[in-house]
Design a protein around this ligand. Structure first.
Ligand SMILES: [Zn+2]
Length: 428
């Protein structure tokens, strides 16, 4: 099932905030979802969003209730979930209220530390990952220079339960997208706050090509634990509220099934002594139709192809082809230069054009890379290769449903645009 513009808009949180569960709860539409519960003794807030949306989030929350914030729970330490706190803290200081309790997993503190070490790297990486949204993300996308750290830290698989006003809250740890995941159940109104363990309607973000290891099997177990709660609502990490027992059940069970499937099928093939390329292409052939066509499992952000990588990488090192040539390869440019000694650029360009015309765009791109990497001459043939590569990437981008992969194509297209401009100038 394809991702629609509406899915993407919902995924980015472009929808109005609203009350639900008899007016007890509130969902704030923002890049990462903020969930609020109103109790007699104050507010419980699940996640705080991205830093630059902090004041928007604050204003939205204050439309719902003016009570003091008593608890903040971090679903995990990603930059879009726990950095919008500044206006809330300002208000607390202004009104002389007590600071809230902040609940996080112990691994979240390690994550913040990692962000501080890798500050420049993460900014560079995220600008590419979110390149089509670049205009909305000026300056430091990720900054953990300042953080609102947890006051209540959950260790290992510990659960935590607390009461506020007339209500109870259960907080659980599960790995999935991250190793610092927490989710919350609010039993009196049967609401699950999942963080990124549920992105609506996206396939789990497992195997993101730019990011560290994620956990497909643990993700399935998390979904099964949530299913036991028999909830009426899901406040997801991204996207619209999910309402009604059937949709809640459907959302969780299809994720559990999809994660078990991809994990177990990749592991089965690893046990058969297969290398990654063979596993990957076999997995593409056996992808069940019910996953492809499920309304709660669209390849909006994560996708099945990424999940195959995630599972393999969970258990395997970086040498994945089984061909010793690939173990310590020569420079790609040198390889291409040697190939071009066998047949020159024009031959490769000709073949790339006919592959492109046949719709074999991926294959065409591989051939064009030989010219682009190996050509010693800055001439019309190279210019044509750049242009055809750019067209190929545009075609791949249009056909690509997954946001992250789409943005990788965008980055490639804009780099080629610069190269084309520069070469045209030289050839004048
Ligand atoms: Zn997120």
């Amino acid at each position: 099932m394809q991702t629609t513009k509406e899915d993407m808009n919902n995924f980015m949180g472009n929808f109005p905030s609203s009350e639900f569960a008899d007016g007890t709860c509130y969902i704030v539409g923002s890049m990462a979802i903020v969930g609020v519960v109103n109790t007699n003794d104050g507010l419980v807030i699940f996640d705080l969003g991205i830093k630059m949306q902090g004041s928007k989030i604050f204003q939205e929350v204050r439309k719902f209730s003016d009570k003091p914030v008593k608890y903040i729970i971090y679903s995990h330490g990603h930059f879009d979930h726990c950095f919008g706190y500044a206006p809330f803290i300002e208000e607390i200081k202004e009104k002389g209220w007590d600071m809230p309790q902040v609940i996080g997993h112990e691994n979240l503190l390690r994550r913040f530390e990692k962000y501080r070490i890798l500050h420049g790297y993460h900014n560079w990486l995220n600008k590419m990952q979110f390149s089509t949204r670049g205009a909305q993300m000026p300056g430091d996308i990720v900054s953990a220079k300042e953080t609102l750290d947890p006051t209540i830290i959950l260790h290992g698989n510990e659960n935590y339960e607390f009461k506020l006003g007339q209500y109870t809250f259960e907080v659980y740890h599960d790995m999935g997208e991250t190793d610092d995941g927490l989710w919350m159940f609010f039993p009196e109104k049967k609401v699950l706050f999942t963080g990124d363990l549920v992105m609506n309607p996206s396939y789990p973000n497992v195997g993101n090509p730019n990011k560290v290891q994620r956990y497909p099997k643990h993700w399935a177990f998390a979904m099964e634990k949530m299913l036991e709660k028999n909830a009426d609502y899901i406040v997801p990490g991204h996207g619209q509220l999910i309402e009604g027992k059937d949709d809640v059940k459907d959302t969780l069970s299809i994720r559990a099934e999809a994660m078990h499937f991809v994990h177990d099928e990749v592991v089965k093939r690893m046990n058969e002594g297969k290398w990654f390329p063979e596993i990957f292409h076999e997995m593409l052939e056996i992808e069940p139709e019910k996953f492809k066509n499920h309304k709660f499992l669209k390849p909006t952000y994560g996708c099945y192809r990424f999940a195959i990588h995630a599972t393999y990488r969970l258990y395997h090192g970086w040498y994945d082809s089984g061909n010793p040539t690939d173990l310590f390869p020569a420079k790609a440019d040198d390889i291409a230069k040697e190939i071009l000694k066998v047949a020159d650029e024009t031959k490769f360009l000709e073949q790339a054009k006919s592959l492109f015309d046949e719709g074999k765009v991926q294959l065409a791109s591989h051939l064009l890379d030989v010219i682009i990497k190996g050509s010693a001459l800055e001439n019309e043939t190279l210019l044509e290769a750049y242009k055809l590569k750019s067209l190929s990437l545009k075609k791949l981008k249009i056909e690509e449903p997954a946001f992250i992969a789409k943005n990788s194509y965008s980055t490639g297209i804009s780099e080629l645009k610069n190269k084309i401009r520069e070469l045209k100038r030289k050839l004048k």
